[in-house]
Design a protein around this ligand. Structure first.
Ligand code: TYD
Length: 225
């Protein structure tokens, strides 16, 4: 499969942001709206999104690979992304579907790059290998104060364990926020910042406005038979 020669009828939207920003809820709401207009929409996530990538997710988020250091983690996230692209994202885009992905390359740039201090050359090379020229058409940066996000994440997993990134302190999460905002400033054509401190309905409305602003009005799809 060559990403370079594949036609691009589908639309690729990613959601990024710190912990507790509501990305998965918003991915679901966006998909529901697109489907209600007759569009196929594949909702997926990283790390994960295909059987092999989900297996890698277990390894990465359990923390067993953490002692290997952030560069090795970058390679693992990239391995998961390569199979996710090949097995899930590219086939959906080739069918003309919308793909809505909860986290993607900006998370690697932020968590492993900006915060993990992995060499930018490695981050860039890994991104090139996994994505080639088929990056997101639109990235929604769900932005909210780190304190609010952490409180939401804690409430959500009342009974569950924290993953190794959630377990970091407030300064770390403020750092994540600044790094995501820096990407949005550097790539205003692709990225839109959304105020995620609003209620879910308001956030969904802001997201829909950003989607139509970037991709053009999304009309009801004519029924085909
Ligand atoms: P997840 O439970 O999906 O967290 P969230 O609900 O915050 O999205 O766990 C994903 C974790 O993996 C999250 O803490 C961010 C981290 N991550 C990276 O460090 N690098 C990456 O490239 C990706 C995709 C995720």
């Amino acid at each position: 499969m060559s990403a370079d020669t594949t036609p691009r009828p589908g639309r690729f939207i990613t959601l990024e942001g710190g912990e507790g920003a509501g990305k998965s809820t918003q991915a679901r709401l966006l998909a529901e709206r697109l489907r209600s207009l007759g569009h196929e929409c594949v909702v997926t996530r990283e790390p994960g999104g295909s059987p092999v990538a989900e297996a890698l997710r277990e390894v990465i988020l359990s923390g067993v690979a953490a002692p290997l250091g952030p560069s090795a983690e970058t390679v693992l996230f990239t391995a998961a992304r390569i199979v996710h692209m090949a097995q899930t994202i590219m086939p959906a885009l080739a069918r003309g579907a919308f793909v809505v992905c909860d986290r993607f390359t900006d998370s690697t740039r932020v968590y492993q790059g900006a915060l993990g201090k992995v060499d930018p050359k490695l981050i860039e090379a890994m991104e090139e290998i996994a994505v080639r020229d088929r990056g997101p058409d639109l990235t929604l940066m769900l932005d909210l104060p780190a304190k609010t996000g952490l409180a939401r994440a804690a409430a959500r997993r009342a009974d569950g364990a924290v993953d190794r990134f959630e377990a970091e302190g407030l300064a770390y999460h403020e750092g994540l926020r600044s790094a995501f905002l820096a990407i949005a400033r550097a790539e205003p054509g692709r990225c839109r910042v959304v105020d995620a401190a609003q209620g879910p309905e308001e956030v969904a409305a802001s997201i829909w406005a950003a989607v139509e602003d970037r991709l053009g009005p999304i009309a009801q799809k004519a029924a085909t038979s």
